[in-house]
Structure formats: structure tokens, C-alpha cells
Design a binder for this molecule. Structure first.
Ligand code: PBG
Length: 336
């Protein structure tokens, strides 16, 4: 053996991080981050009709489901240990208008979905979307006048919308619109009507992102003009997530969300450090599509890529993850 200076240093090394990585038993025993089906929230795209399973082109293996199909999907999820769902109804073009009136139809499809699912599955937790874009002919999350998104008028509608959802059985109404002051308005409105136990899961730091593309395809809800940059956050910024967090906590949010997830792990961490309520992250449609298309092209291993990215979202600080991979990930986790 030659004893060059370098080798001597190497062999006298006392600290060897690889010791703790040398067997699976050790690695599993000391892993800091865990992923379980209880951490997942599965988004459901719901459409009217019967026996409908319509694959979304930009989201391979993901479907718009009629309610009867959604029931079997929910049952499959419950069997896998997933009991939380986020509902996104597809609204027919003919019901959309510039006042988003269908959002306040107490017998409309969106509200009916909540009622029916809650009736059939008493113990599932439902997160219901509070925003106008699926109902608005402009495709924006708020009312539009002369090209501007109206904040305060929108907030009033959102509060009414949230109350209808609460009455139908929503567990967490989830404002995803990014209007200022909507959490306060929703909390007051719910409390004034006796819905003190309905939670608010606020999309606190929601960035204007290219990664929402496939979702807008799924709901046919892309904005008809402009973009969402006057209400969703600017991805060049980080500090303002703390302002949004402070407001949402003061206004009564029970959970706060960061969205998207994978390009925003720093924001998840920052919010986790300052938040006194649980933090959720939305692993969005574009993040789903990237892994799906890459794995179909045999560029990456889907299972490994999914488990690694979901774990990284938990490691960054998310308590719950909204993810289209919930079902497959739960299957893989349970098989291990
Ligand atoms: C709209 C809403 C969006 C998503 C959830 N709620 C899209 C948007 O803001 O345009 C995106 C979710 C996803 O991409 O998976 N209120």
C-alpha cells in the first residue's frame, strides 16, 4: 500500500456519514420524513351525467368523473387509507356568465356534489373550492369590470358561496381566489349563520404559475383574457408570503396552503416556520403532467419520482399534500 499524504488523511477520518446509511434497517429506523396515505388529499374533477370517465388529455390516467364513478373512486381511496378529497366541479359552458351566478345556485351541480358525497360517505373530509373561475365566463377567479378584477364585490360572493358549501356539508371551505380579505369575510359569514365548526383552508401563498395549465384544461376554465398576476403572487418574491400568512391567521384560517409545491419548497419551509396552523401544499396539475409524460417516455421511473417528490414536499414542511398521485402513491406505500 502506498502511503501518500492524501490516503493517510482519508483513513484517519473519524466521521463517516456513510455508516448510518449502510443498511436499509438503519436507514428506515432513522428517516426523518414519513409519507402515509393520511397525508394525502385527492382532487376530484366532477362532471354531470352517469357512467362518465373522461380522460384529461394533459393529465394522462386522470379523469373527469360523473358522481357514480366518483363514488367508486372514493371507495377505492378509503380502502387505501385516503379519506380527504378536494372537489372541483366541471360547469357546463351554458351556465357560465360574467356574474358567475351559477356559483350561488343552491341546487347547482357544485353544491349537489358536496351533499351527495357527504350523504354516502359520512366520514370523508371534503375541501371545497371557493373561487369564481369555473363559473365565470371570463375564466377569472373574481368578477371582472373593464378588464379589472373587482376585489370587494368578489369577496361578498365568495362568502355566500362558502356558506352554501358549508350548509351542504363541506368540512373545509377552501378559498383559492387570492382576493384580499376573503378569509375574514367567509369566517364572519359562516359564524353569523351558525357554521362555527366549518373550517377554512386558505390558499395563502398561491403563485401565478404555468403549472396550472392542465387543471384549466380539466375544468375548461382558462382565463379568456390576460393572466392572473394581479391577484396570484409573483414567483420572483418570497417575503410577501409572510404578509399573506399573517393576514390569513388573523382573519381566522384553520389551515394555510402553498401552491404550487415543487418549485416552491422554500416557501413551504418559510410558511411552516412561522405558521401556528397546519400547512398544506398543492402538488399541482403541471407537476403531475411532467412526471407522467416523462415516465411514459421512459425518461424516469414514475414510482420513484413520485415518492421522492412527495417526500420532498413533506420534508419542506407540508402536513397535508393535495396530489393527483394520492391513489398510486398510497398503493405503493401500502405494498412496502
Ligand atoms: C382556481 C384553481 C386553480 C387550481 C386550483 N384552483 C387554477 C388557477 O388558479 O388558475 C390549480 C390546481 C392545479 O393546477 O392542479 N381557483
Amino acid at each position: 500500500m502506498t502511503s501518500s499524504k492524501n490516503q493517510v488523511q482519508l483513513f484517519s477520518q473519524a466521521i463517516r456519514p456513510r455508516r448510518n446509511r449502510r443498511s436499509e434497517a438503519i436507514r428506515n429506523g432513522i428517516a426523518e420524513t414519513h409519507l402515509s396515505p393520511e397525508h394525502f388529499v385527492l382532487p376530484l374533477f366532477l362532471k354531470e351525467g352517469k357512467n362518465q370517465r373522461e380522460e384529461i388529455k394533459s393529465m394522462p390516467d386522470y379523469f373527469r368523473l360523473s358522481l357514480d364513478q366518483a363514488y367508486s373512486e372514493i371507495q377505492d381511496c378509503l380502502d387505501l387509507g385516503i379519506n380527504k378529497f378536494a372537489l372541483f366541479p366541471v360547469i357546463s359552458e351554458t351556465l357560465k356568465n360574467s356574474e358567475a351566478t351559477e356559483a350561488l345556485n343552491p341546487n347547482g351541480f357544485a353544491i349537489e356534489c358536496i351533499r351527495q358525497i357527504k350523504q354516502k360517505f359520512k366520514n370523508v373530509i371534503l375541501f371545497t373550492d371557493v373561487a369564481l373561475d369555473p363559473f365565470n365566463s371570463d375564466g377569472h377567479d373574481g368578477l371582472v369590470k373593464n378588464g379589472e378584477i373587482l376585489n370587494d364585490q368578489t369577496v361578498q360572493i365568495l362568502a355566500d358561496m362558502a356558506l352554501l358549501q358549508a350548509k351542504a356539508g363541506a368540512d373545509y371551505v377552501s378559498p383559492s381566489d387570492m382576493m384580499d380579505g376573503r378569509v375574514r369575510a367567509i369566517r364572519h359569514h359562516l359564524d353569523n349563520h351558525g357554521y362555527t365548526q366549518t373550517g377554512i383552508m386558505s390558499y395563502t401563498a398561491k403563485y401565478a404559475s404555468a403549472f396550472y395549465g392542465p387543471f384549466r384544461d380539466a375544468l375548461d376554465s382558462a382565463p379568456k383574457f390576460g393572466d392572473k398576476k394581479t391577484y396570484q403572487m409573483d414567483y420572483r418574491n418570497s417575503k410577501e408570503c409572510l404578509l399573506e400568512l399573517m393576514l390569513d391567521l388573523k382573519e381566522g384560517a384553520d389551515m394555510v396552503m402553498v401552491k404550487p409545491a415543487l418549485s416552491y419548497l422554500d416557501i413551504i419551509r418559510k410558511i411552516k416556520q412561522k405558521s401556528s396552523v397546519p400547512v398544506t401544499a398543492y402538488n399541482v396539475s403541471g407537476e403531475y403532467a411532467m412526471i407522467k409524460f416523462a415516465s411514459r417516455a421512459h425518461a424516469i421511473d414514475e414510482k420513484k419520482a413520485v415518492l421522492e417528490s412527495l417526500t420532498s414536499i413533506r420534508r419542506a414542511g407540508a402536513d397535508l399534500i393535495f396530489t393527483y398521485f394520492a391513489k398510486s402513491a398510497a398503493g405503493w406505500i401500502n405494498a412496502e
